[in-house]
Design a protein around this ligand. Structure first.
Ligand SMILES: Cc1cc2nc3c(=O)[nH]c(=O)nc-3n(C[C@H](O)[C@H](O)[C@H](O)COP(=O)(O)O)c2cc1C
Length: 226
């Protein structure tokens, strides 16, 4: 009896997963994957100069970022810098690599795939403003940024030897490294950026159609200075 119940539960979960896969691909319909050009590893200011210029900006203009800049930015954030073992520019506890970078652009929401160095379509919807609902009126210029990076921890990747508190601590720390990489890249390229914890996580998670074990950690606006 128990075995039968287990089998029908499993069948239900498989069917649900298939339906969800179809539903999400239907929602992203009309949004094509974006293959990013290889990152330019030679450009930019020195590390010490970039540290000297790193800062949080809250004023952006609406000018879009060229695809080359997007490529360099995402590679700097958390791209693969050792193809032989798939490790990244940012460290993660036990190499869990549990932080996903969602890229909110005007044309839609994408997921950065470090392995293919490409943006995978998630939703054909402009969610940039949905990241800014908690902003004070004096900081509304953050909503002008052409790009909002949304750092999402996938708790289902933090499996063995970690409890729920560990998951929060590790994924927060791991996000910090990525965000600092973005800060330094932006300083090096004269771009404006600013990280935000004040985000309506519940509403944004729903808008992004995240799974239960996916948790929004921080959002980071990137663009040209106002
Ligand atoms: C974890 C974290 C959360 C932050 N959340 C916000 C935020 O919600 N809104 C905001 O305007 N700035 C936020 N900031 C930016 C800080 O206010 C900023 O880093 C601080 O004032 C120091 O300025 P600096 O980055 O230019 O050195 C956050 C920074 C960190 C590290």
């Amino acid at each position: 009896m128990k075995k039968e119940k287990d089998i029908s539960r499993l069948a239900f979960l498989v069917i649900l997963t298939i339906i969800l896969c179809f539903a999400s691909s239907a929602i992203a319909e009309g949004l094509s994957p974006i293959k990013l050009p290889p990152p330019d590893l030679k450009g930019g200011k020195s590390l010490m100069q970039s540290l000297q210029e790193r800062k949080t900006s809250r004023s952006f203009n609406t000018q879009k970022l060229p695809i080359e800049v997007l490529s360099n930015l995402l590679w700097a954030a958390c791209g693969i810098n050792r193809p032989d073992n798939g490790k990244r520019t940012a460290p993660t506890a036990r190499n869990w690599q549990e932080i996903d970078i969602y890229v909110a652009l005007e044309e839609g929401l994408y997921l950065y795939n470090a392995k293919t160095h490409a943006l995978e379509p998630v939703l054909k919807r402009d969610l940039r403003r949905n990241t800014t609902t908690f902003l004070q009126p004096s900081r509304m210029q953050v909503a002008n940024a052409p790009l909002q990076l949304i750092y999402v921890a996938d708790y289902s990747k933090i499996v063995f030897g970690a409890n729920e508190e560990d998951r929060i601590i590790y994924s927060s720390a791991d996000t910090g490294f990525i965000a600092q990489n973005v800060y330094l890249y932006c300083a090096s390229e004269g771009l404006a950026t600013g990280v935000r914890a004040m985000v309506d996580r519940d509403a944004l998670s729903k808008d992004m159609m995240l799974r239960d074990r996916q948790k929004i950690v921080l959002v980071q606006a990137v663009g040209y200075p106002q």
